[in-house]
Write a protein of this length. Structure first.
Length: 282
């Protein structure tokens, strides 16, 4: 399996491609990473050095892949952090080219806009681009709760509300929606919910809430979810496998007390999760 991954990269820590690439490789997936930015570390620190790449950089690397005549072998495209609408447009051009070469390829858009704790952390133009262009072009989207509400403009306070909002998001274009951190009035204080909806139905998965807020977990779960969907053909099974792996990694991270995800130390969780969570139909 080959996945083209277009997102951010950091020298220290595990976010963006620095989380997705290793996670995918560890489960036996070949990854073709294209970085939208190269930073020293994620921007949650007081300082971050590096630069964002422009659209020409993305197009140049895609030209190189075209010259290798490999795009027909690409099974899926994954996108994450987008620094500008122009870069986003180059990513969608890459998606379109892959789909021309392999019509069965899936595009998974992780719509990085913000989170409940920090609010929006991308430019308004980027958020607008994601809603108006990236989400409609995607087969799969993997928003967190904040992003689900931001993209649709609707509140998801109860489970009933959340399912209606997910349906509204699916009407924008994507067949499959995975909400990676759903917190409704019905979610216990010591738990985190995930929900997935596609043509096969609606499912929820609940995991214990861990005392850790490691960056990159959303990037890793989106990558794993795409890979497991491609392998199993089941969104519910893919959610179960991806959630189990990320829970195991975050549990190890919490034990170390690190603010960086213990992706390498806990890598066995990617292949053989120590705790299995099963989705329940809604």
């Amino acid at each position: 399996m080959n996945i083209l991954s277009l997102q951010s990269h950091v020298a220290y820590g595990h976010v963006g491609n620095s989380a997705a690439v290793f996670a995918l490789q560890r489960i036996g997936v070949e990854v073709w990473p294209i970085h939208t930015v190269q930073f020293s570390n994620h921007t949650g620190y007081a300082t971050a050095r590096g630069r964002a790449f422009d659209a020409a950089h993305i197009r140049d690397l895609m030209q190189g892949l075209r010259e290798r005549d490999v795009l027909g072998k690409c099974d899926g495209v994954l996108s994450g952090y987008v620094g500008s609408a122009e870069v986003g447009a180059a990513i969608l051009d890459a998606v379109a080219e892959v789909k021309r070469a392999n019509p069965r390829a899936l595009y998974c858009c992780d719509p990085v806009i913000g989170d409940v704790e920090r609010g929006a952390f991308v430019k308004p133009e980027v958020a607008d681009f994601i809603r108006a262009r990236a989400v409609p072009a995607a087969d799969i989207v993997t928003p967190n709760h904040f992003e689900l509400e931001r993209i649709t403009g609707c509140a998801a306070r109860t489970l009933t509300d959340a399912l209606a909002v997910i349906d509204a998001l699916r009407k924008l274009g994507p067949k499959t929606v995975l909400v990676t951190s759903l917190l409704t009035d019905e979610t216990p204080a010591d738990a985190i919910d995930l929900a997935v909806c596609d043509n096969a139905g609606r499912c929820r998965l609940r995991t214990p809430k861990l005392p850790v807020a490691a960056h990159g977990a959303g990037d890793a779960i989106a990558a794993l979810f795409l890979a497991h969907v491609l392998r199993t053909g089941s969104a519910a099974e893919a959610m179960s496998r991806a959630a189990a792996s990320i829970f195991g990694i975050l549990k190890r991270t919490a034990a170390t007390g690190s603010r960086e995800m213990a992706l390498i130390e806990a890598q066995d969780e990617l292949v053989n999760p120590s705790t299995i969570f099963r989705a329940e139909s809604l």
